[in-house]
Design a protein around this ligand. Structure first.
Ligand code: GTP
Ligand code: MG
Length: 501
């Protein structure tokens, strides 16, 4: 005797669980781009790229390290953000909010000469690295949902090199983003007092005061490079006074500026000094949006509790179960005292045209099952699809809707059979009740068998009676567990029945 049990139902549920796990796990690999940017700006060779290299030490693979050198170097804006894998692209993108169009994937950071044919106004480089600091756990503060979003740190070409038109443009246009987290202004200690730098700073502050910042306050971080220890305090002080003075001369309110100044000389710093600079830099930068660390090991429960509202399946499920109860009630009322249309007989239909007979009988039938029309009956069996990105997508289709559709099909069959039977009534029929019973009864008995005493019906009863106060993560966990139990039970039951023949 063959004792092999086939676990068809269980297999479907298990497969859909794998899909669920995959989606949950990869939810963070697919973190969306946010709109928030932090731009690093300043004169050519001031040390902008160097600052970026220092704050991302060891995070950027050697071949992708942005070039920092003594000549005017950076030509295209470089957007840096999070990626599961380290990747570098040449992209077409003019404004921060434009969609990025990938032109090329690069294997090595290009020199200035290699990208000289690409206009800095339309092209950028995009470097994605596995650095979680770029993941804003609670979103970028602008996009509606509170899903994690990517922050972009942007290195820009320096002004004053005489080589880049982009960098000579007005600060309003190019050096302040559309949605700013902060602007990092880098200047060389020896060139602090240069006329162009002074004028640029004024131009900046004006742009800064008018730009959109997350907290309604302009966050300006100034880094004075090439500044030896003995001058650090003096130059920081001077810079602070100059900025505040100019800020007020522009009639901006002092409390609308959050200013942080750091004077340093990378060449003189110990590894520990640089580590401190790095830690402080990230803390200050992320301060307005929250420094909460992004953890990949976020539990399923945490992930589910952060799902967008429209992913919550509880209401849909409770509506569906409510409809099943209504269908059961309809089926209970469908046959009263063995009669499918109670107290009707041919005598009461005498003299009516066929059309009127049908109308009359339909009316009486609907009255018996306590419904107004056939359309609302059918509406109860509408399916509710889930978005493909939903981790429960497979489970929903292969388990939940699959089981519901058995119920729905049977219910619709009942309606169709009654409709057809009524539609075929002619004045020639002698015994109406006998006719109805002969045509409806056999199918009806089969149909009601699909509604009660099934293991799926038990699942719906548990949901209905025990689960209505559960949080979404508990609800989801319980429902998945129930589906495993029910599908295993169903497989065993079906095997047992097959054995009994
Ligand atoms: N000694 C010393 N060198 C520095 C310091 N900061 C930057 N540099 C060096 O100065 C040179 C210019 O720095 P970059 O980072 O290329 O300057 P940049 O602002 O990105 O320049 P562009 O891309 O041309 O606009 C590089 O050789 C840096 O290593 C510093 O604090 N001290
Ligand atoms: Mg540079």
């Amino acid at each position: 005797m063959d004792n092999t049990i086939t676990f068809t139902n269980t297999q479907l549920v298990t497969d859909s669980m794998f899909y669920f796990c995959e989606k949950m796990g990869s939810a963070h690999g697919n973190i969306e781009d946010g709109v928030l940017t932090a731009r690093v700006v300043g004169e050519y060779s001031a040390g902008k790229t160097r600052v970026i290299r220092e704050i991302l030490a060891n995070k950027i693979p050697e071949n992708f390290l942005p070039i920092s050198s003594l000549e005017a170097q950076t030509r295209l804006q470089l957007e840096i953000s999070y990626g599961q894998k380290d990747e570098l692209y040449l992209i077409e993108k003019s404004e921060d909010c434009d969609e990025a169009k990938i032109i090329n994937q690069l294997t090595k950071f290009p020199t200035r000469a290699e990208v000289i044919d690409y206009s800095p106004e339309d092209y950028r480089l995009r470097l994605l690295i596995d650095e979680h600091k770029f993941i804003l756990v609670k979103g970028d503060g602008y996009t509606d949902d509170n899903q994690p979003k990517k922050l972009f740190l942007i290195d820009t070409p320096g002004w004053n090199s005489g080589e880049d038109t982009l960098a000579e443009k007005d600060a309003h246009q190019y050096f302040v983003g559309e949605h700013n987290l902060a602007i990092i202004y880098v200047c060389h200690a020896n060139r602090l007092d240069g006329e162009i730098n002074k004028a640029k700073l004024d131009n900046f502050l004006e742009a800064l005061g008018e730009a959109i910042f997350l907290s309604g306050k302009a966050h300006l971080h100034i880094v004075i490079t090439h500044c030896q220890k003995d001058s650090q305090e003096r130059l920081s002080q001077r810079m602070q006074e100059r900025v505040l003075q100019q800020w007020q001369a522009l009639y901006f309110e002092p409390d609308k500026l959050d200013l942080k100044i750091k004077a340093l000389d990378f060449a003189e710093m110990s590894e520990k000094d640089i580590q401190d600079f790095r830690d402080n830099f990230w803390r200050d930068l992320l301060d307005p949006i929250g420094t909460e660390k992004f953890e990949f090991t976020q539990s399923y429960a945490d992930q589910i509790s952060n799902w967008p509202e429209h992913w919550d399946i509880r209401n849909t499920i409770s509506k569906q179960i409510e409809n099943i109860r209504t269908m059961q009630k309809v089926l209970n009322l469908a046959c009263i005292d063995g009669q499918f249309i109670q107290n009707m007989n041919m005598t009461r239909l005498m003299g009516l045209s066929q059309e009127n007979i049908i109308e009359r009988l339909t009316e009486r039938w609907l009255k018996q099952i306590e419904f107004n029309n056939v359309e609302t009956l059918k509406e109860m069996t509408l399916c509710h699809p889930l978005a493909e990105e939903h981790p429960l997508y497979e489970w929903w289709n292969k388990y939940w809707l699959a089981n519901l559709s058995i119920i729905y099909e049977n219910f619709n069959r009942y309606i169709d059979i009654v409709n057809q039977t009524i539609g075929a009534v002619t004045p020639k029929i002698d015994d109406l009740q006998l006719y109805l019973s002969k045509n409806i009864s056999p199918e009806y008995l089969k149909i009601i068998g699909k509604f009660s005493n099934t293991s799926f019906d038990l699942v719906t009863q548990v949901v209905e009676q025990k689960m209505n106060l559960l949080s979404l993560e508990r609800f989801t966990a319980t429902l998945l567990k129930l589906s495993v139990l029910q599908s295993r039970y169903e497989d065993h039951y079906q095997n047992q029945m097959a054995k009994l023949g």
